[in-house]
Design a protein around this ligand. Structure first.
Ligand code: SAH
Ligand code: SF4
Length: 343
C-alpha cells in the first residue's frame, strides 16, 4: 500500500500517471490532503466513487494517532501522537493574545543530550519523515477546528538540523501545499553549523533561532556537548553569515540556570558576543522537572540579567514558562505515557 501523504508532489504525479490517470488528479489529491485535510481517500468527494474505490485498493492516507491531549491551566495544550511504527512524539499548542503557535517535533528523542533538557535524556530513537512533521500541523489544525494556527515553531522534540532533508521537505509542503507563510515559521537549533549554512539553500527561508545558553565555551561544553564540535565563535560566525531579510533578526534562546550561566559577567559577555548580529534574546528561566540537576534563578536575578542586556542595547524578553504543569514547556517533552492504550 502506498501512503499518499508520504509522497512529494513529483512522486504523486508519477504515481498518478503510472496508473494511466491524468496529471491534474495529483493536484486534486494534494488539495484534498493538505488543504481540506481529509483522513481517507473515500472522503475525497471530488473524485468519482469508482476512482476512490480503485485508488483505495493500492493507496491510503496515513494519519497520526492521537493518544492523549493534555490541557494546561494557562491555555497551553499538549498532543501526544503515535506514529505508524509505534513511536511517540509530542506537539504543543500555545495561545498568546493574537497568536496561536504550534510547536512541532522533528525527531523521536534527540541525540544531542543537553544536560538541562528532558528530551535529550530519552536519547535518540529516529528521525521523523517529512510527512510525520507536516502531519503534526495537519492533525492539530483538524482537531482544533475553526481556531487557526498562526505560527509554527520547530522547537519540539529533536534537533531539526540533524534531520535537514526531511525538515526542508516538510517546510516546502507546509508553505507550498498548505499555503502557510514561511515568515511565520521558526526553526530552532542547538547550533549545527553546517546545517545553519545549508538550511537557506535547501528550504524556503524561515526564521532562525539559536539555543545559545552560555557565553563561554567552558560552560557551553558542559551543558551542551555539541559545543565541543561547533564552538561559540564558529556558531556566531555562521549566524553573521546567515541571509537575513531586511528587518529580520535571529532569535537567541538563553535558558537561565541558577549559578551556572546567569552571572552579570555572562550578561555582559552576551552583549559583546551578539554585537553586530541583528538579534533578539529570549531569556527562559529553567523549567524544572523531577530529579533535575538545575534550578531556575530568582525573579530578581532574571530581571537583573535582562537589564544588563537592555542597557547593552539588546532586545531581550523574559519568556514566561508555558504549560509546565503538563510537562509541555521548553525541554520538557519526552512523550511519556503510561499504558499503550489506543483511543
Ligand atoms: N533541538 C533544538 C530544538 C528544540 S528547542 C534546540 O535545542 O534548539 C528546545 C528549547 O528548549 C531550546 O531552546 C532549549 O535550550 C530549551 N530548553 C531545553 N530544556 C529546557 C528546560 N528544562 N527549561 C527551559 N528551556 C529548556
Ligand atoms: Fe536536543 Fe534541543 Fe534538547 Fe539539546 S535542547 S537535547 S538539542 S532538543
Amino acid at each position: 500500500m502506498v501512503d499518499l501523504k508520504s509522497l512529494s508532489s513529483e512522486e504523486l504525479v508519477n504515481f498518478i500517471e503510472s496508473r494511466g490517470l491524468p496529471r491534474f488528479r495529483a493536484k486534486q489529491l494534494l488539495h484534498w490532503i493538505y488543504e481540506k485535510k481529509v483522513e481517507d481517500i473515500r472522503d475525497i468527494t471530488e473524485l468519482s466513487r469508482q476512482l476512490r474505490e480503485d485508488l483505495s485498493k493500492e493507496a491510503y492516507i496515513s494519519n497520526l494517532l492521537l493518544c492523549r491531549r493534555a490541557y494546561s491551566t494557562d491555555g497551553t495544550e499538549k498532543f501526544l501522537f503515535q506514529l505508524e511504527d509505534g513511536e511517540r512524539i509530542e506537539s504543543v499548542l500555545i495561545p498568546d493574545e493574537q497568536r496561536l503557535t504550534l510547536c512541532i517535533s522533528s525527531q523521536v528523542g534527540c541525540p544531542l543530550g543537553c544536560r538541562f533538557c528532558l528530551t535529550g535524556k530519552i536519547g535518540f530513537r529516529r528521525n521523523l519523515k517529512a510527512h510525520e512533521i507536516v502531519d503534526q500541523f495537519i492533525s492539530v489544525q483538524r482537531i482544533i477546528g475553526p481556531r487557526k494556527i498562526t505560527n509554527l515553531v520547530l522547537m519540539g522534540m529533536g534537533e531539526p538540523l540533524l534531520n535537514l532533508d526531511e525538515v526542508a521537505e516538510a517546510i516546502r509542503r507546509i508553505t507550498e501545499y498548505m499555503r502557510f507563510s514561511r515568515r511565520r515559521i521558526t526553526l530552532s537549533t542547538a547550533g549545527i553549523v553546517p546545517g545553519i549554512r545549508r538550511l537557506p539553500q535547501v528550504a524556503p527561508l524561515v526564521n532562525l533561532a539559536i539555543s545559545l545558553n552560555a557565553t563561554t565555551d567552558k560552560i557551553r561544553d558542559q551543558i551542551m556537548p555539541i559545543n565541543k564540535k561547533y564552538p561559540i565563535s564558529e556558531l556566531l560566525k555562521a549566524c553573521r553569515e546567515f541571509p537575513l531579510e531586511p528587518r529580520k533578526r535571529i532569535t537567541f534562546e538563553y535558558v537561565l540556570l541558577k549559578g551556572v550561566n546567569d552571572t552579570t559577567e555572562d550578561a555582559e559577555r552576551l552583549v559583546k558576543l551578539l554585537r553586530g548580529i541583528p538579534s533578539k534574546v529570549n531569556l527562559i528561566p529553567f523549567n524544572p522537572y523531577q530529579r533535575a540537576e538545575f534550578e531556575k534563578p530568582d525573579d530578581e536575578e532574571t530581571l537583573r540579567f535582562q537589564n544588563v542586556l537592555l542597557r547593552g542595547g539588546l532586545t531581550a524578553l523574559i519568556r514566561k514558562s508555558r504549560g509546565s504543569d503538563i510537562l509541555a514547556a521548553c525541554g520538557q517533552l519526552r512523550a511519556e505515557y503510561k499504558s499503550p492504550k489506543v483511543i
